[in-house]
Design a protein around this ligand. Structure first.
Ligand code: ZN
Length: 519
């Protein structure tokens, strides 16, 4: 029912994250929604125009739609972000969408607002069909791998911040998904996709510990916290600092904890050779102790294509770096025009240390994490928080409350490795869905036991097991969806960076540049 006009690894991976099954675009009239992701030829533009006039729906970048409607004259502008305004369903559970790319603004736009104050999105009927025109090219935005300082909205004396991906990949995907929901609803069809979390609960919660330079007593305090809340954590070991404590990690592994690799030296290099050596030697030390890692989280959440190459060479299954992505579903980064082999598992990037720097009280810390959890639950997406041993030991009462809240609200707990493995099974589920004569048919070669197909219609949803077979539409159990989380207007104020923050970001970049020139 949804067709993608032109092959694009960025678009295909975004739709794969959503769990949408695509239909071929050879017969336009069979499609409910066409995603036009490249400028069509004059002949094709005519076909597309005809398809929409006769009732088809279109999602496109304003720049690509000009070929279909030459009267449209978008103004080209640098676009930093677009933000929700009012109650448009296109921004349901979506905050500020960081674009940081070229943009095209149309005078007809009426939904959302850009950083320069223009209206952002066109959503309007055209003939018997309907069109949504975005002011940016999704593939171009997702191709950006730059990072920079980003502040997060919070009720704290200062906004907490960290250096994270400049592009809001998760928000771009959620905006696209809302556009697809809206357009399908226009044709009377549900939005149908694979669930983002294992079947049986609204979300899934996990906690990651980067061991960094924590003294042994703090590592032990983290283990006690895990026992106190009845969870097992994902630990990423800084082997350079903690080789002497491998016995402690072996013991934790025996008790069900997930022990993986942070690094040997606590740094990420710009080049391949030093990254390879760093992670290879770290992996060797853990493997010698029987703790063979399959996942890595790189120091400072930094990511670059040469790090990715090194992790691929070491055949690691996944990594997690918020300078590439945060608050998003897992995905494979596109490097040199192809999908990477190392799955990226995003987390939320703000930890206790960042909240201490924001001068937060303990009550404000707990409130901040609760709001992150609530938002991920409303999105029916996983929620992963992270921290370091010293801060965990210092604020273990706050964290105990937060972890309990996260487990209760999400309804289930996991480790990053378990979730990455579940996601790999989800990736391999090759399926399509047909709706005819009151029947829904899931076509697939295999089945995945703990995976659901979700159908969403208005504010309700129904699920089916991800198993080949038929189901009469009347047998679907429609349930009310979760209430969306309202946009926090403090997010707009958080986009203004102070001189202090700009200066510290400049110094960080300078340090990285100098490191690149050292042998
Ligand atoms: Zn670290």
């Amino acid at each position: 029912m949804i067709g993608l006009w032109s092959e694009s690894p960025h678009w295909q991976e975004l739709l794969h994250q959503e769990g949408v099954s695509l239909f071929p675009v050879s017969h336009l009239s069979d499609l409910a929604v066409l995603i036009l992701n490249r400028e069509p030829s004059e002949t094709d533009a005519g076909r597309i125009r005809e398809y929409i006039e006769s009732g088809g729906c279109l999602l496109a970048a304003a720049a690509h739609a000009t070929a279909v409607w030459p009267a449209h004259k978008p103004a080209e502008k640098r676009l930093r972000w677009i933000a929700p305004e009012g109650d448009s369903p296109l921004f349901r559970n979506v905050g500020i969408v960081d674009i940081e790319s070229r943009g095209w603004v149309l005078p007809e736009a009426s939904i959302g607002v850009t950083d320069s104050g223009d209206k952002a999105i066109v959503a309007a009927p055209r003939g018997r069909g309907y069109c949504i025109l975005l002011p940016f090219d999704v593939a171009q935005v997702l191709a950006g791998y730059a990072s920079g300082p980003r502040q997060f909205p919070a009720e704290t004396p200062r906004f907490p911040y960290d250096t994270v991906a400049r592009t809001g990949r998760g928000e771009v995907r959620r905006l696209v998904a809302n556009c697809l929901r809206f357009l399908l609803a226009h044709t009377g069809l549900p939005y149908t996709h694979l669930a983002s979390v294992p079947a049986g609960s609204p979300s899934v919660f996990g906690f990651r510990v980067d061991t960094d330079f924590g003294p042994r007593q703090d590592l032990e305090a983290v283990a006690r916290l895990a026992d106190r809340v009845g969870m097992t954590f994902s630990w990423y070991v800084n082997v350079g600092a903690h080789a002497a404590h491998v016995d402690l990690f072996s013991d934790l592994a025996r008790r069900g904890h997930d022990i993986q690799l942070h690094c040997l030296r606590h740094t990420v290099y710009p080049d391949y050779a030093r990254n390879l050596e760093n992670f290879k030697n770290g992996e060797a030390t853990l493997s010698a102790a029987g703790l063979t890692p399959v996942g890595v989280v790189a120091p400072f959440g930094e990511w670059n294509p040469n790090l990715n190459r090194a992790l691929e060479e070491l055949k690691l299954a996944y990594s997690s770096e918020f300078c590439l992505a945060y608050d998003d579903l897992p995905f494979r980064p596109v490097v040199d025009g192809r999908l990477g082999k190392v799955l990226q598992v995003p987390i939320h990037p703000i930890c206790l240390g960042r909240l201490v720097a924001a001068r937060a009280s303990t009550a404000q810390m707990a409130a901040y994490f609760r709001s992150v959890i609530d938002l991920q639950v409303a999105r029916r997406e996983p929620c992963f928080l992270y921290d370091h041993p010293e801060r965990i030991a210092q604020f273990s009462d706050v964290l105990a409350e937060v972890l309990q809240y996260g487990s209760d609200r999400c309804g289930s707990v996991t480790t990053l490795t378990q979730f990455a493995q579940w996601w790999q099974r989800r990736e391999r589920f090759d399926w399509s869905l047909r709706m005819s004569d009151g029947d829904i048919e899931i076509q697939a070669q295999t089945r995945v036991d703990d995976l659901s197909v979700v159908l969403e219609r208005e504010d309700c949803y129904a699920t089916l097991p991800a198993t080949p077979g038929d189901c009469p539409q009347t047998a679907l159990r429609w349930r009310p969806g979760l209430k969306p989380v309202r946009f926090d207007p403090r997010a707009l104020a958080a986009r203004e960076l102070s001189m202090r923050l700009r200066a510290s970001s400049f110094l960080r970049r300078l340090r990285k540049t100098l490191q690149g020139h050292r042998g």
